[in-house]
Write a protein that binds this ligand. Sequence first.
Ligand code: CAA
Length: 385
Amino acid sequence: MTVVAAETRKQIIELAREFAAEHVVPHALRWDEEKALPVQVLRSLGELGFFGMLIPEDWDGLGLDTETYLLALEEIAAADGSVAIAMGVHNSLPTQMLLRWGSEAQKEKWLRPMARGELLGAFALSEPDSGSDAASLRCQASRASDGGWVLDGTKAWVTNGALADVVIAMARTDQPGDRKGARGISAFIVPRDTPGYLPGKPEDKMGLRASNTVAVTFEQLHLPPDALLGEEGRGFSYALSALDGGRLGVAAQACGIARSALQHAVRYATERRQFERPIAEFQAVQFKLADMATQLAAARSLLLEAARRRDAGEDVTLYASMAKLFASDMVMRVTSDAVQIFGGYGYMRDYPVEKLMRDAKVISIYEGTDEIQRVVIARQLLTHS
Ligand code: CAA
């Protein structure tokens, strides 16, 4: 991947910050209340090129490097975690899978418009009975008489699932009685307007309430032969490989949320007076702020280390899991400390830090729980040492 010039990186980050300040920050609390994002905000991000950040210019993307993308994503996440995950999933998962394993025709049909932000993407791996043990998924893809495929099964917690134009879904292509484990899973390009694509109602979540999260049932969903992405039986490996990038995006989201919490806490501490002085004059508050800033800087450093390694062409399975694991713990602590500094007001919905703490929790769960990140890290250490 070509590393972009420092000036370009600065401009992209500035653009993300300006967009967030104007189009996201003023509305984020209301979107959280309403439990929905206006599609227009995603369209506008798409028009800026932010849905094709990691896609080469040849395919109508911005052709940016990982570091620039993650820093821009952090800017969006600092304004609203829900917008960030919609953008992060699209950029890290379906588009990257199409870029890496799609045929020229598939890229022409799907990747190009996705890079331009005309089509929104989603990724469907988890199922009601397969979360951490993702390879135990049961959604079945059977051969149709015309050489195509028929999908049956239910996918769970699909970000953008009811909004996306196209979903990359993992399904079993091995048959009952001849199961092949992870090698029996393939990846499919599923247009949302296919008959039999049935999204559930938006999940009622603790945090990231505006982000669209739904179960999607595939009921006798018929796909043409060219819906298979890459090789039959390789879909699980493709999905996990894409999740390395997804986990970096989630770590960037954590940095954005934590940064916002820290900024709110610093401002509040200087304004709020108790015992006839601003609470920022108390060392108990100062130490909390110092720890929050240090944890955030450490998480961002690890994230950027991972990004630079990826941009240098290294495999980042280990670093992506480490960056996400560290960031998930960091963002929970930082947002909880921000609520603590706000005291009673911090617990109220009228103040922003309550939302940030709710938004933070899922970071230790989705795109692989903290426990799974530890499994991945340990496996990497034990197999590569
Ligand atoms: N890159 C490429 N290939 C990989 C890989 C990676 N990072 N990790 C594993 N693979 C390959 C392996 O090499 C193996 O391939 P072969 O068949 O060629 O040998 C295959 O995938 C199976 O690997 P494992 O034997 O390691 O698989 P496992 O069953 O032991 O599972 C796991 C490993 C780490 C537990 C994995 O299941 C996992 O990461 N689970 C968590 C799933 C997850 O993150 N889900 C989040 C879904 S997305 C989401 O949260 C919703 C959203 O929209 C935001």
